[in-house]
Design a protein around this ligand. Structure first.
Ligand SMILES: [Zn+2]
Length: 403
C-alpha cells in the first residue's frame, strides 16, 4: 500500500507539472452533422486533438474541462445529442495505473510476468534477453536499432530453422501509451517459446519476427511521466517533442493535414522514415519477404485491414480478419469487429499497415486492436491476461489459416 501511494504521488506530481489544468473528458456527439459542424471537428483534429468519426452520425472526442459549456451549447444549437462517455479520462487512467503500475513486487515473477501489471522497459528487455539465452535452439535476439535516447529496439526471431518457412512480422508498442499491446505480444512469446516443439506445426513452421516495443522511448515516457504519451521522444523545434511513428511511413505520407502539425499527437515527421524506429523497421522489412504483418495496438476491440486492395485481395483480407476476430472473441465473448481502416474513421496516411501491403507487397497486413475503445488503454489488472490471450488467439489463428 505504501508503495502504491508512493507511485501515485510520483505520477500525479509529474503529470501535474506537465499538463496543468488539463482535466479531459470523452464526449460523444450524435445526429445529423452539417458541414459547419463537421468543419469545426476537422479543425479540432488539425490542431492535434483526438477525435473519432464513426459511420452512423457519431463523433467521439476528447474535451477539456473549460470547454464543456461552450461545446455543449454549440452542439445543442445545431440539434445534436451529446453524452459524456468517460468523465475525467486522466483520472480513470491514473486509477488504472495505480492498480497496474510495474513494481518489482507484482509485474515480474520468476522467469516470467504476473500478467496483472505492466512491466517496465528494463524488465521487458531483461526478459527478452533471458528468453534468447534459455532457448537458443529456436529463439534469437537482435538489436535492430537505437532510439534518439539511445535505447535499444529489440527483435526476437523464433524459428525451427527450416529454410522454407514463411516469415511473419509482429510488432507492438508503436504508440507509447498502448501498454496492453506490449504485454499481449509478450504473452504470445511466453506462450510459444518455452514449449516451442510442442506447438502445432502451423506455429513451428513459421519464422516469427517479433518487435515487442517498437517505440521504447515513448513506452518508457508513458510509464514514468505522461500516461497519455503516444509518439516517440525526439526533440523537435521549440517546446514540442516526438513523431507519431505510425504516420512516418512512405505511403500516402503527410497527405492528411492534421499530421503536419509539429506539436500534434500524430505528427508525421519532416520526411518519411525520418525516425530511428521506423528506419530500423524498414531495414528489417527490406531484408526479408514477409507474408504477414500483424501490428498490435490498444485499444479498440477490432481487427483492421488496408483500404483499396483489389477484389481478390480484399476477399482474402475479409476472410482472414474475420477468422482472427472470431478467435479473439472466443476468449472472453467480446465482439471484435473486422473492418477496413477508413471505415473506422481512422486518419490513415503514412501508416505501416498500408506501406507493408501496397509498397512491400505483404499479402496480409493487419492491425489487431486489444479490448477497449477509442484508443484509451486502461483496464483493471484482472483484464490484462484475457486481453493478452485474445491477441495470442488472433496470432495463432492467423498462423493456422495462412496457406
Ligand atoms: Zn496505436
Amino acid at each position: 500500500m505504501i508503495l502504491l501511494n508512493f507511485f501515485l504521488f510520483l505520477f500525479l506530481k509529474v503529470i501535474g507539472a506537465e499538463t496543468e489544468h488539463k482535466t479531459v473528458h470523452l464526449w460523444r456527439a450524435q445526429g445529423d452533422f452539417n458541414d459547419t459542424v463537421l468543419n469545426k471537428f476537422y479543425e479540432r483534429a488539425s490542431q492535434g486533438e483526438d477525435i473519432w468519426i464513426r459511420e452512423n452520425g457519431t463523433i467521439d472526442f476528447l474535451l477539456y474541462n473549460e470547454e464543456q459549456d461552450q461545446i455543449a451549447a454549440y452542439l445543442k444549437e445545431h440539434g445534436l445529442n451529446q453524452t459524456v462517455l468517460i468523465h475525467d479520462v486522466r483520472g480513470k487512467l491514473d486509477e488504472a495505473l495505480v492498480k497496474t503500475f510495474p513494481t518489482k513486487r507484482n509485474a515480474v515473477t520468476g522467469d516470467s510476468f504476473t500478467w496483472t501489471a505492466y512491466p517496465s522497459l528494463h524488465e521487458i528487455n531483461e526478459y527478452l534477453i533471458k528468453m534468447a539465452a534459455t532457448y537458443p535452439t529456436h529463439c534469437k535476439i537482435s538489436t535492430i536499432g537505437k532510439t534518439a535516447h539511445f535505447k535499444p529496439i529489440h527483435m526476437l526471431k523464433i524459428t525451427n530453422g527450416a529454410s522454407n518457412n514463411k516469415a511473419i512480422l509482429v510488432d507492438s508498442g508503436t504508440h507509447g501509451r498502448e501498454w496492453t499491446s506490449v504485454i499481449s505480444t509478450l504473452y504470445f512469446i511466453d506462450s510459444i517459446v518455452p514449449k516451442f516443439y510442442q506447438q502445432p506445426a502451423y506455429v513451428t513452421t513459421k519464422d516469427w519476427y517479433i518487435i515487442p516495443v517498437l517505440n521504447p522511448d515513448g513506452y518508457d515516457y508513458s510509464l514514468t511521466t505522461d500516461r497519455l504519451w503516444r509518439k516517440n521522444r525526439r526533440r523537435l523545434s521549440g517546446m514540442c517533442y516526438g513523431i507519431d511513428l505510425n504516420r512516418n511511413f512512405a505511403y500516402g505520407w503527410a497527405k492528411e493535414e492534421s499530421t503536419q502539425n509539429v506539436c500534434s499527437s500524430n505528427y508525421c515527421g519532416p520526411v518519411p522514415f525520418s525516425e530511428e524506429e521506423t528506419k530500423a523497421f524498414k531495414r528489417v522489412v527490406d531484408g526479408k519477404h514477409f507474408i504477414g504483418y500483424l501490428s498490435i495496438h490498444s485499444a479498440g476491440t477490432k481487427v483492421l485491414y488496408p483500404r483499396g486492395a483489389d477484389h481478390d485481395d480484399h476477399h482474402k483480407h475479409l476472410f482472414m480478419t474475420k477468422e482472427i476476430a472470431l478467435a479473439m472473441r472466443k476468449i472472453g465473448g467480446l465482439q471484435f469487429l473486422n473492418r477496413d481502416i477508413e471505415k473506422m474513421g481512422k486518419i490513415r496516411y503514412g501508416m505501416a499497415i498500408d506501406w507493408m501491403f501496397f509498397v512491400k507487397q505483404v499479402q496480409h497486413s493487419y492491425i489487431l486492436e486489444t479490448r477497449g475503445h477509442n484508443g484509451l488503454d486502461y483496464i483493471p489488472p484482472e483484464q490484462i491476461l484475457p486481453a493478452a490471450k485474445e491477441v495470442t488467439a488472433g496470432l495463432m489463428k492467423f498462423a493456422e489459416k495462412f496457406r
